[in-house]
Design a protein around this ligand. Structure first.
Ligand code: CDP
Length: 251
């Protein structure tokens, strides 16, 4: 059994992403996920620094990951360390992004020539191959299994977990008068357990960077589309969202 020291320290940089850096710790089974203020859109073509985004997203994601664990969805998240770092279990990321949609928007609207805004009869799950160089092409579950990216039961577990996450998020955002339009999840595999679905855990983040959140009544966007589509000040939007989630402004 591994033990995590009281205050894990950042070791070598394992991976530097668009909005997060991942560091090793003194415990090989744990990593520190550091949320930066970086924002990118269109696969890195558009870039900016957004004041306090890292702190806001780290806290929002921690809050949701704890909710998911309580709802029976295992996660890699363990706890916050400072205001931008999360101590997480080290996992092998499954290179399949899982998108859950409740309302037609974004890529789905574009691909099928549909207007944004119509509610789907039931949540729609889509899969994308996680590949920046290929621009995350859409795939189906069979592709993921046949190409060896995930086992069939892992895909099944990811589907079930994604729907459970959707239920929890729909209820939470609905309570704040916000429509959860869609969101993306990533899953990872814990090492040493290749026997079944129990090794699949929710990894990465649940934040407004990877979700679409529309204010009810006004339709105002409270997510990264504000940045992608130049609709206003993303930092102010995220600070407002933070205040709605936690009932107090970020200090
Ligand atoms: O965001 P975009 O229109 O490119 O693609 P989408 O398939 O409509 O995205 C669905 C949801 O997944 C949105 O909430 C996106 O923010 C999120 N997403 C993400 O976080 N990362 C990606 N690489 C693609 C989508």
């Amino acid at each position: 059994m591994s033990t995590s020291p009281a205050t894990p320290t950042r070791g070598v940089l394992l991976y530097s992403g668009k909005a997060k850096d991942v560091y090793a710790t003194e415990d090989p089974s744990r990593i520190l996920m550091h949320y930066t203020d970086g924002a990118t859109a269109f696969n890195g073509v558009k870039k900016a620094q957004i004041d306090q985004k890292g702190v806001i997203n780290a806290r929002i994601s921690a809050f949701f990951m704890e909710k998911m664990a309580s709802a029976g969805v295992p996660t890699a998240f363990e706890r916050m360390v400072g205001d931008r770092d999360q101590l997480c279990k080290r996992v092998a990321i499954i290179p399949v992004e899982v998108v859950v949609r409740n309302v037609i928007a974004g890529g789905l609207a574009k691909k099928l020539g549909l207007a944004e805004g119509a509610r789907l009869k039931a949540p729609l799950i889509e899969h994308f191959y996680k590949s920046d160089s290929l621009n995350d092409p859409q795939i189906n579950e069979e592709t993921a299994v046949l190409l060896g990216w995930a086992r069939a039961w892992e895909m099944q577990a990811m589907r079930e977990y994604a729907l459970r996450v959707n239920d929890v998020l729909l209820e939470f955002w609905g309570g704040l008068n916000i429509d959860l339009v869609d969101f993306k999840l990533e899953f990872g595999r814990l090492p040493g357990d290749v026997s079944g679905a129990t090794s699949v855990v929710l990894a990465d983040e649940i934040t407004p960077d990877g979700s679409r959140l529309w204010e009810r009544g006004t339709g105002r966007k409270l997510d990264k589309d504000v940045f992608r589509r130049d609709l206003g000040d993303l930092s102010e939007t995220y600070k407002e969202l933070y205040a709605r989630v936690f009932g107090a402004r970020l200090t």
